[in-house]
Design a protein around this ligand. Structure first.
Ligand code: F6P
Length: 552
């Protein structure tokens, strides 16, 4: 059991010290603290974890824990295509999707790289045909609107990347996403779209997900009726991305217009497959999608090769374990100082919480410690005017701050007596981690002659851990780096706990129960006089009220 390991027990002792640690004192004591507790990846990104409640000794103990949990071997097994998703008996090979090197990656003795490259070429050609007007709508109009229909991993990653790189969008191209089965999503996203210039991309790994299939059918009806039943309405205005190409064909989408991927790509890890590749190449251009892959590949090599003390995803994963299991802080705030990253936390919520929200290890034994943290976040500075109050004076929530040296848009002017927008933004990026770490003492407040009754209210306890990631600029490449860092960090935490981070059985029960309710709704539609009595009393009562009220 993980908690019985000598390395775990050492860390428990270390945590007693850490709980008494003063970050003010640690910084005062050691002028090299930043140098010791930071990593720079050749100027591509800097990780500063000097405001975490750790010392170099803590880090050594964490690396020892990683060794005891065979972290290196587990990372290698992932890259080698071993079936580390044990409950689904699948390899976990999102790294093959952005393997820009020439090494083979095998699953069941077969190199998967030729298929990966073939789909990339198919995406590149398709995007070129759309952009050059070789592929047009049924009336000969250029395609300008892409509506991606998908949910969960078939939606959140592509949306985050698209929003992050809106500054690089192809002029004239628009991309929107329909995910929720709430009809409002479809209606609002398609409002004002010219069907003759619109292409739906139906994205679903299984091509059976209820929400996506319902939205896809609604999209098909919408297109067919608006194009006055043109015989090529579906052929010219629908493409699909799936591992289930038979179901795609049955839906009516030409197999020639389908983009495949494989069971060794998990939904939440699928942005680098055709799931992201098709909508993102149409919106941003294939070159930009390729740059995303290049950024991911850079981090993949780093993750595989760098020793633990220089390995960004490993350090971030171990700090996650430290904060969660040893210090008892089981939330994590993601705070990008970039409006373009406004969908980042939402994507990482699924990536991390669906991966690591588990209660048993790979062998089915209960994990004796808390697993995945609760993730939330918003871009700064917006979050500062919302939930940061709690971060400063309420519960302790370890935070990741993400910032960029240069902005995507130059707005305003720097001068001798003023800052531009980006400098203002970044002033806050630098201020907040220090406020969390160093706080404000009663003595300081007294020196400032704050009235005595306000002193408890204005005191900031400090010692609130945070990590800073600083990139040169938000581009497709750095988006890829950021994405891969968080994917690998998630895997690191799962490997340490010994859980299967790549399955998601926890989403099943609700789906089954919804199926029963759906069946009862259909019964009611046929015969509204029969009272609901099949479920528990609370559900029976409320469902009856819903059905009667919803009848009109
Ligand atoms: O319900 C969870 C889930 O299975 C996710 O893991 C997945 O990303 C999402 O649904 C969508 O699945 P699909 O791509 O098969 O439509």
């Amino acid at each position: 059991m993980i908690t019985q390991l000598a390395q775990w027990k050492e860390l428990e002792k270390e945590a007693q010290e850490a709980k008494r640690m003063s970050l003010r004192q640690e910084f005062a004591k050691d002028p090299n603290r930043y140098q010791t507790l930071s990593v720079s990846l050749d100027g591509e990104v800097i990780l500063d974890f000097s405001r975490q409640l750790v010392t170099s000794r803590t880090m050594r103990l964490l690396y020892a824990l990683a060794e005891a949990r065979h972290l290196k071997e587990k990372i290698q097994q992932m890259f080698q295509g071993r079936k580390i998703n044990v409950t689904e008996n699948r390899a976990v090979l999102h790294v093959a999707l952005r393997n820009l090197g020439d090494e083979a990656i095998e699953v069941d003795g077969q190199d998967v790289m030729p298929q990966v490259r073939a789909v990339l070429t198919q995406i590149e050609n398709f995007a070129r045909r759309i952009h050059q007007g070789e592929w047009r709508g049924v009336t000969g109009r250029l395609i300008r609107n892409i509506v991606a229909v998908g949910i969960g991993g078939s939606y959140l990653g592509p949306e985050f990347v698209a929003e992050a790189n809106r500054a690089y969008a192809k002029p004239g191209m628009k991309l929107c996403f329909v995910a929720n089965v709430d009809g409002a999503d479809f209606v609002q996203k398609t409002e004002g779209l010219d069907p003759e210039e619109t292409l739906f991309v139906i994205i679903s790994k299984t091509f059976t997900t209820t929400e996506t299939m319902m939205n896809a059918k609604t999209a098909r009806d919408w297109m067919i009726s608006r194009l006055r039943h043109h015989p090529e309405a579906v052929k010219k205005h629908f493409v699909a991305v799936s591992t289930n190409l038979a179901a795609v064909a049955e839906f009516g989408i030409d197999p020639a217009n389908s983009f495949g991927f494989w069971d060794w790509v998990g939904g939440r890890f699928s942005v680098s497959s055709a799931v992201g590749g098709v909508p993102l190449s149409l919106y941003l251009g294939y070159e930009n999608f390729h740059s995303l892959l290049a950024g991911e590949y850079l981090i993949d090599r780093h993750f595989l090769q760098a020793p633990f003390p220089k390995n960004i995803p490993v350090i971030m994963g171990l700090l996650g374990i430290w904060n969660n299991n040893f210090l008892g802080y089981n939330c994590r705030a993601l705070l990008p100082y970039s409006q373009a990253l406004w969908r980042f936390a939402t994507h990482i919520q699924q990536l991390d919480m669906e991966s690591n929200g588990k209660r048993v290890d790979v062998e089915g034994n209960p994990v004796p410690v808390t697993t995945g943290p609760i993730i939330f976040g918003e871009p700064g500075t917006n979050g500062q005017h919302s939930f940061y109050q709690l971060l400063h004076q309420g519960q302790v929530v370890p935070a990741d701050f993400i910032g960029f040296i240069r902005p995507q848009y130059q707005v305003g002017k720097k001068s001798e007596n003023s800052v531009d927008h980006h400098q203002e933004l970044m002033a806050n990026f630098f201020a907040q981690p220090d406020a969390l770490a160093f706080g404000k003492t009663e003595e300081e407040l007294r020196q400032e002659e704050v009235p005595e009754f306000l002193i408890p209210h204005k005191t900031f306890p400090g010692n609130r851990p945070s990590t800073l990631l600083l990139f040169p600029e938000l581009t497709p490449k750095t988006t890829g780096m950021l994405l891969a860092i968080y994917e690998h960090r998630t895997a690191v935490e799962g490997f340490i706990w010994g859980i299967d981070s790549f399955d998601q059985w926890g989403v099943e029960l609700g789906k089954v129960l919804a199926k029963n309710i759906r069946a009862r709704m259909i019964d009611y539609n046929r015969d509204p006089t029969r009272k609901v009595a099949e479920f528990n009393p609370a559900t029976n009562a409320l469902l009856q009220i819903f059905l009667d009220g919803n009848r009109r």
